[in-house]
Design a protein around this ligand. Structure first.
Ligand SMILES: N[C@@H](CCC[C@H](N)C(=O)O)C(=O)O
Length: 286
């Protein structure tokens, strides 16, 4: 099969985007891994497959696959911005505000005049069973009414939450010196996370500015992780470290994250604003 694709990136988190709006597309895990392979395929962190939605008032459906494992995942912040840039640039919609469904959520995305995209990422999930995280037998440290969980064998304590996908966030003094690769791998595969986890390393510069590195589930460290930025800022706000609007500096670019959860209630949506860009187009034989 010959497959046309667009290579895109958002803050350096990169994607192979495929249009399946006019014909159904079923890719095997092996084909997805080839697309994701930086030596034998195209190369990307995640693959995004765009389809039409059959849900009323929803414009599209998009599916997300981690490139290195071929596994389907629930959510991708940087990918969602690239998704909206793609459907507008390809003329698949003439709307600037688009609603899209993922496997477990409906998101609203807005392409702004400055080219950046703002995404309503929905509410964070704090129910540990839904992350999923097994806290059995652990003694958390309470800070500002939110828990930091000591992770056996990983030598760290983490805030645990879901942005539709699972996140464990730890605070570090300096992200450049943090053991992101070694400890990130330990946290990602820690037995307490039944479906593995994205491991965030958060350095706080001020109440409105942070640096962040994320060791992503099934992808290793990426240059940015949108859901990771949302999770880290929400955790920082709940722990009393951050205000409602925060500039996040990732290695591949900057994201703005806003969450009014402490004033409007924990179900307030998280807003993420950041860049999305097409890099090149191509065709691959699979
Ligand atoms: N890069 C993404 C997250 C992609 C999915 C993640 N690796 C997972 O397995 O949950 C983002 O920008 O949020």
């Amino acid at each position: 099969m010959n497959l046309r694709f667009t290579k895109m990136q958002g803050a350096g988190n990169d994607f192979v985007v495929i249009d399946a709006t006019s014909a159904p597309l079923q890719l095997s895990a092996e084909q997805i891994r080839v697309l994701g392979d930086r030596r034998f395929g195209v190369g990307c962190d995640q693959i995004l497959v765009i389809e039409r939605s059959h849900t009323p008032d929803v414009d599209f459906r998009y599916r997300i696959f981690n490139g290195s494992s071929g596994a389907e995942v629930e959510h991708c912040g940087n990918g969602s911005r690239c998704f909206v840039r793609y459907v507008v640039d390809k003329g698949l919609t003439d709307k600037r505000s688009v609603r899209v469904e993922t496997v477990n959520a409906i998101l609203t995305l807005h392409l702004r005049d400055d080219g950046r995209v703002t995404v309503d990422m929905g509410a964070p999930v704090f129910d540990l069973a839904r992350v999923p995280f097994d806290p059995h037998g652990l003694n958390p440290r309470e800070l500002n009414g939110f828990a930091l969980w000591p992770l056996e064998g990983a030598d760290c304590e983490v805030a645990v939450l879901s942005m539709g996908n699972p996140h464990a966030v730890q605070r570090v003094d300096d992200v450049d010196r943090a053991p992101v690769l070694q400890r990130g791998a330990l946290v990602e595969a820690h037995a307490r996370f039944a479906r593995k986890v994205n491991a965030g390393f958060l350095q706080i510069l001020s109440r409105n500015e942070v640096r962040l590195r994320v060791f992503e589930r099934d992808a290793g460290e990426t240059l940015a992780c949108g859901t990771g930025a949302c999770a880290a800022v929400v955790a920082g706000i709940r722990l009393g470290w951050l205000d409602e609007s925060v500039e996040v500096h990732a290695r591949g670019g900057d994201l703005k994250i806003e969450w009014a959860g402490l004033t409007q209630g924990l179900h307030a949506p998280v807003l993420m604003t950041g860049p999305a860009q097409s890099v090149f187009e191509g065709e691959i034989s699979l």
